[in-house]
Write a protein that binds this ligand. Structure first.
Ligand SMILES: [Zn+2]
Length: 241
């Protein structure tokens, strides 16, 4: 199983998880053509498409995706984006799509937002959470983590001092997106003993510092921590060695 990052920022979020014969799409904030290219146009293998919340950088193209793929999203996304035929996801109610099993869990954003534990026999258990300023869950048996690290307090203060970020944005960020120290705490709160990959997603260009983030999280699992740059591919197999 392989992850392809179509985009991972406020400019648009989209991820494709795929093997030769099966695929799952996470988020619809990047145009459908990018997903089709990542799939090498084999759209028949897509078992489903998951959406976390209604904001444009995650759901701008939801209607396009929902017309092609079985789409799963919170009720607010289905209603606001008029997604006919999409399936509502409910907190902690597990469902199956193809050979993927999905457990939605609530995040903490300024609109309803869902994280997902995605499981597949070849991938194991993947935790996906974005646009959430905290996470109270502690999951066992994880093999892969895709977790938001949106900003750092230090980089945010610098951006405000230098006029790159407005002071009023600070309060919104603090109650909607995950800061480095929270990302660290959330990771430490998980069972990382079987984790092969940790991918940091939805990083702010203005309010973060990649070096500070990598240094701040180094040694947390003994596995390299990767930042989800657009175009990156990551091996998500259960046993990569
Ligand atoms: Zn959002």
């Amino acid at each position: 199983m392989q992850l392809t990052v179509l985009g991972s920022s406020s400019a648009g979020n989209g991820y494709v998880i795929q093997s030769e014969t099966e695929a799952l799409i996470l988020e619809t904030g990047v145009g459908l053509i990018a997903a089709k290219k990542a799939l090498d146009f084999n759209i028949a293998k897509v078992a489903g498409c998951l959406i976390s919340h209604v904001h444009g950088d995650h759901a701008k193209y939801a209607i396009d995706y929902s017309q092609v793929f079985q789409t799963y999203a919170p009720a607010s996304v289905i209603a606001m984006k008029s997604l006919e035929g999409a399936t509502e996801v409910l907190p902690l109610v597990r469902f199956q799509t193809g050979r993927f099993t999905v457990l939605p869990f609530p995040g903490h954003h300024d609109v309803p937002c869902m994280g997902y534990i995605v499981s597949h026999p070849e991938m194991g258990n993947l935790m996906f959470l974005t646009d959430s300023f905290m996470c109270e869950y502690s999951f066992k048996g994880l093999n892969h983590v895709m977790l938001e690290c949106n900003y750092t307090d230090k980089a945010l203060e610098y951006a405000i001092d230098n006029g790159h970020t407005q002071a009023w944005e600070k309060r919104r960020l603090m109650t909607t997106h995950m800061e480095l120290q929270t990302t660290k705490k959330v990771l430490l709160n998980q069972d990382l003993s079987g984790v092969n990959t940790i991918t940091l997603i939805h990083m702010s260009g203005r309010n973060s510092d990649k070096n500070e983030i990598i240094a701040g999280l180094s040694g947390i699992s003994g596995k390299p921590i990767v930042i989800a740059d657009k175009g990156l591919t990551i091996d998500l197999n259960l046993s990569p060695y």
